[in-house]
Design a protein around this ligand. Structure first.
Ligand code: 4GY
Length: 430
C-alpha cells in the first residue's frame, strides 16, 4: 500500500487539493496515508529563509539546498522501508499512466515541490531518485503536480475507489480514448442519445462503443492510434469509418512538369525507373489509393505503363499490389480531374514557392483532412528542383518540408515521399 509524503513550503495548497472527493474521504477513513513536510521547519536562520539569489545572476530566486534536503531526508524517514523520492519539474520525464501504475506498487513516495525560479541542482543530485513532469507547461510550483500524482496513484490502491481500477485496460500507450458516455434525459436541447444505447442489445452496444473509441482516437489522438495494435475485430469495425480509412482516400502525384531546374527555368524532367518502383511500393506500403505519374511526354507515360505491365508478368504479390495503383497522366489537372474534386496539397522545400499558401505540419494536415468528410486528397511531389507554384492554383496547403538538423533538404524525391508518408500514416512502436 503506497503512502505519500509531500515536501512543500505551502502545505495548505497540498491539503486543499487532497482533502475533498474520494481522495479526501479515503484519507479520513484511514485507507490513504498522505502527510506534508515543510522545508521551512528545517531552516536554521532567524528569517527561516528557503530561497536565495542565483549564482551567475538572473531573475528570481532559487530554493536553497539545505532546508530542502533536510526536509526530504525527514520525509523519507517518516515510514520504515525505502522511500522513492520524486521531484516535480517541467524538466522531468513526462508522466505516463504506465509509470503511475508502477508507482502504485511502491511502499512510500516522497513528492518534492519546488517554488520560485527553480531548485538548487545539488538537491536533485543528492536527494532525488526521479524527476517527473506533468507536461510541457510551467506551474508556479510543484504542489499541483504532486497532488495530481497522489490522485492518479490512489486510484490503484485498495479501498480508495469503490471498484478498484483494473490495471489491464488502463495501460494507455497504444490504448484508445474512452467512448462517449450518456445519461438521462434521452433528449437534451435537441440532441438525442444514440439509438443503439437505448436498445438492450449488449453486443451491439459493445461494438458501437469500440468503434466510437477507435474513431475518436483517430480524430483526436492520431499519435495514440499509430501505437494501437488493431485486433481482428477492430479491423472489421474500422471498415466504412472515414477517420479510420484515411490512407485509402489519399493519392500521390509525382510531377515531372511543371518543375524547375537548377537555374529556376520551368522544365519537364525525365521519368526514372527508381522513382517509379520505389514510390509505387511506398504508396502500397501505406495503403494509399493511387500513384499518379504526371508527365506531358507521351513516350514516358507509355514507358510507365510498360514497366507496370512488366511487374505484373513477374507476378510477385507485393509488386502486383503496388502496380495496380500506378496511373500515368499528362498533367496535374488530369490527376485532379481523375479524382473529381480532391483537396490538393503540395510539398516544397523552398519557402519561395507557394508563398501565400499556409505550411502545415503532419498533424495540421491530418486535421484538415478529417474535416473534409470523404473528399479525396492528392499530395503533389515535384521532381527536379521542385514544383512550380504559379501553374498549380488548386493547392490549398503545403506540407512543411522534411529536414534534418542541418535544416536543408538533400533528399531525393522518392526518399521524401517515403518519409512524408511515414509521418502521416506510419505505425509507431509502443
Ligand atoms: N510542468 N510538471 C511542473 C512544474 C513548477 C519552478 C520547479 C510540471 O510537474 N511540475 O511546472 N513545476 C516548477 C517551478 C521550480 C517546479
Amino acid at each position: 500500500m503506497t503512502a505519500f509524503t509531500v515536501v512543500s513550503i505551502l502545505p495548505e495548497l497540498v491539503e486543499g487539493a487532497l482533502s475533498a472527493g474520494v481522495v479526501g474521504r479515503a484519507r479520513t477513513a484511514g485507507t490513504l496515508d498522505v502527510a506534508v513536510v515543510n522545508p521551512r521547519d528545517f531552516t536554521t536562520d532567524k528569517h527561516r529563509s528557503v530561497d536565495d539569489t542565483p549564482y551567475g545572476g538572473g531573475p528570481g530566486m532559487v530554493m536553497r539546498p539545505g532546508p530542502l534536503v533536510a526536509a526530504i531526508e525527514h520525509a523519507a524517514a517518516r515510514l520504515p522501508g525505502s522511500a522513492h523520492r520524486i521531484l516535480l519539474s517541467p524538466g522531468g520525464r513526462p508522466l505516463t499512466q504506465a509509470r503511475v501504475q508502477e508507482l502504485a506498487a511502491l511502499p512510500h513516495l516522497v513528492l518534492v515541490c519546488g517554488r520560485y525560479e527553480g531548485v538548487d541542482e545539488r538537491v536533485a543530485e543528492l536527494a532525488i531518485d526521479e524527476e517527473l513532469s506533468l507536461g510541457d507547461f510551467v506551474l508556479t510550483g510543484g504542489e499541483l503536480g504532486a497532488a495530481a500524482i497522489v490522485d492518479a496513484v490512489a486510484r490503484f490502491l485498495p479501498g480508495v475507489l469503490g471498484e478498484p481500477t483494473s490495471t489491464d485496460d488502463e495501460s494507455f500507450s497504444g490504448a484508445l480514448l474512452e467512448y462517449p458516455q450518456y445519461t438521462r434525459p434521452a433528449e437534451f436541447r435537441g440532441k438525442a442519445v444514440p439509438e443503439v444505447l437505448a436498445g438492450g442489445n449488449h453486443e451491439a452496444i459493445r461494438q458501437w462503443r469500440r468503434r466510437e473509441a477507435l474513431r475518436r482516437t483517430a480524430r483526436r489522438r492520431p499519435d495514440l492510434l499509430a501505437r494501437h495494435r488493431f485486433t481482428k475485430e477492430d479491423e472489421q469495425l474500422a471498415r466504412g469509418v472515414a477517420e479510420l480509412e484515411l490512407p485509402s482516400r489519399v493519392s500521390v502525384a509525382l510531377v515531372h512538369h511543371p518543375v524547375t531546374d537548377r537555374t529556376g527555368a520551368v522544365v519537364t524532367t525525365s521519368l526514372t525507373n527508381f522513382d517509379l518502383h520505389d514510390i509505387a511500393r511506398s504508396v502500397a506500403t501505406y495503403g494509399l489509393a493511387g500513384f499518379y505519374v504526371v508527365t506531358p511526354i507521351e513516350a514516358h507515360r507509355a514507358k510507365c505503363a510498360a514497366i507496370a505491365a512488366a511487374w505484373r508478368d513477374e507476378g510477385k504479390d507485393y509488386r502486383l499490389d503496388a502496380l495496380a495503383r500506378v496511373r500515368p497522366v499528362a498533367s496535374v489537372a488530369d490527376a485532379i480531374a481523375d479524382l473529381g474534386d480532391p483537396l490538393v496539397v503540395a510539398t516544397s522545400a523552398s519557402p519561395d514557392r507557394f508563398p501565400d499558401v499556409p505550411r502545415a505540419t503532419p498533424s495540421e494536415f491530418l486535421a484538415t483532412v478529417h474535416g473534409t468528410g470523404a473528399r479525396p486528397v492528392l499530395i503533389l511531389f515535384g521532381t527536379g528542383w521542385g514544383l512550380v507554384d504559379s501553374m498549380i492554383p488548386q493547392v490549398s496547403q503545403v506540407l512543411a518540408p522534411v529536414s534534418g538538423r542541418p535544416a536543408w533538404n538533400h533528399l531525393s524525391v522518392r526518399s521524401a515521399v517515403a518519409v512524408v508518408l511515414d509521418r502521416l500514416f506510419g505505425l509507431r512502436d509502443a
